[in-house]
Design a protein around this ligand. Structure first.
Ligand SMILES: *Cc1c(COP(=O)(O)O)cnc(C)c1O
Length: 447
């Protein structure tokens, strides 16, 4: 009976004018906060999230009839754009053969082979269903291999939602982590040290304090989850040296940067090879997929060969793996992505110039095809500076763009992405809209 009522209501909602406020209200009745991942709720920008009906190339077709140029692209997963014809064709074919077996397939070997060929640090791989799981696996392997407990991470670094990595800021080099989230006992983050990004001195201090205890240093080699922040010169190399000196493992969380900056990962660009690498997002081509890997000698601590347990009912899912293989095959043809990088540079230069002309203080950080517009006049090299930006201006900027059909990530601490589907026309239109947005903000400030 209740079931019938819900169904009837749902039918009514679908038939009703597709107003996002109404859709969101209904969503909030049945889903916690109306969403299945918090940032989607527009909490940090206010207003009502865009409900998507479908998407193709760079365009989001919203339920209310609007069309938006997308620079969020499923949080960076869709480097080829939405519904890429080759990926969709491969999926349509794959799905006819069944959706899951829980038994090995050749496809998994093929995807692993792509990863091993492309990513310098990966000799053997384990596939997962998300980036979070990849990171959980990698840190477990690091601890099992080194037989040490502590993990160093960096403030503003996001590594998925596993308990032990939900730690943002401990003040001072030696402060042990306190959890960021309710529901995580302090004991669970007791072995996590959170240090400022790009501060090699603090890392050295931590190693001196715990010379025998640090299993791994994990970081985004290019940070993307405090907004885009680049590693300063020598930072990655310095971490590599410290990890070697203290027999700790260096873990690159390339869930975002993997195949984003170039075919392979940030490790190829910065020429620093970590011991373990985590992947996700792009390698799944829009399907749930993650991976972690490293030298065979390290990875062999993992079950079934070794004592470190890790598993997944849907790990290596044939449909997800097919999307991944097809995406990587397309990307392999595109090499170091020169046209994509050039378009991103053009867009970022256009945004910076528009801001400068309007007198609004903005720093655009970018590398490869990812960028963030920070509302500050300071160089953003760590989380503290990222946090010091003007959030009110960002909110105004975000909504001014959205009104004119340009969709940026709905938080000032996120990366935006350019895809192979973006054309020069898209970039030019976006710069125009950005210019108008800055003018509008300036006028509203003057009042
Ligand atoms: C997105 C992301 C994750 C988490 O991946 P999920 O697939 O959302 O679990 C981990 N690390 C980084 C760097 C990410 O950008």
């Amino acid at each position: 009976m209740a079931q019938e009522k819900i169904k009837r209501k749902m039918r009514q909602k679908v038939a009703a004018p597709r107003d996002h406020a109404r859709l969101f209200k209904t969503a909030q009745r049945y889903l916690v906060g109306g969403v299945n991942s918090p940032v989607r709720s527009f909490r940090s920008v206010g207003g009502v999230p865009v409900f998507v009906k479908k998407a193709k190339g760079v365009t989001i077709y919203a339920e209310d009839g609007r069309q938006l140029i997308d620079y969020c692209l499923s949080w960076g997963a869709l480097i080829l754009g939405h519904a890429h014809p080759e990926v969709i064709a491969a999926l349509a074919k794959a799905i006819k053969n069944g959706t899951s077996y829980g038994m090995p397939t050749q496809l998994e070997t093929e995807l692993a082979n792509f990863l091993v060929e492309a990513v310098p640090s990966m000799e053997q791989v384990r596939l997962t269903s998300s980036g979070t799981e990849a990171v959980m696996g990698a840190t477990r392997v690091a601890r099992a291999y080194t037989r040490k407990n502590k993990i160093i991470k960096f403030e503003g670094g996001y590594h998925g939602h596993a308990d032990h990595l939900l730690v943002k800021a401990g003040s001072g080099a030696s402060t042990l982590g306190t959890p960021d989230s309710a529901g995580v006992p302090t004991d669970f983050t007791h072995h996590t040290l959170s240090l400022p990004y790009n501060d090699l001195g603090k890392v050295e201090e931590a190693f001196k304090k715990y010379p025998q205890d640090i299993a791994a240093v994990i970081l985004e080699p290019v940070a993307g989850n405090m907004g885009v922040v680049l590693p300063s010169k020598g930072f990655l190399q310095g971490l590599r040296k410290l990890c070697d000196r203290y027999r700790s493992l260096l873990i690159f969380d390339e869930v975002m940067s993997g195949f984003r900056l170039t075919y392979g990962g940030a490790q190829k660009i910065f020429k620093v090879t970590p011991d373990l690498t985590c992947m996700g997002k792009i390698i799944g081509g829009g399907m749930p997929l993650g991976a972690f890997g490293g030298r065979a000698a390290v990875m062999k601590v993992l079950a079934p060969l070794g004592p470190a347990y890790q598993a997944g009912t849907l790990s290596g899912n044939p449909v997800a793996v097919t999307a991944g293989i097809t995406t990587l095959r397309c990307l392999a043809r595109l090499g170091s992505y020169p046209s994509l990088v050039a378009r991103t540079k053009k867009l970022c230069a256009g945004i910076q110039k528009a801001a400068d002309d309007s007198g609004i203080k903005v720093r655009v950080n970018s590398i490869g095809s990812m960028f963030t517009v920070f509302f500050t006049d300071r160089n953003v090299t760590d989380y503290e500076t990222a946090k010091s930006q003007n959030g009110t201006l960002f909110r105004k900027f975000f909504h001014a763009l959205l009104e004119q059909g340009v969709y940026f990530a709905p938080s000032p601490f996120e990366a935006n992405f350019v895809s192979f589907a973006h054309t020069d026309q898209d970039i030019e239109r976006t710069i125009k809209v950005v210019r108008e947005a800055f003018q509008k903000i300036r006028v509203s400030q003057a009042v």
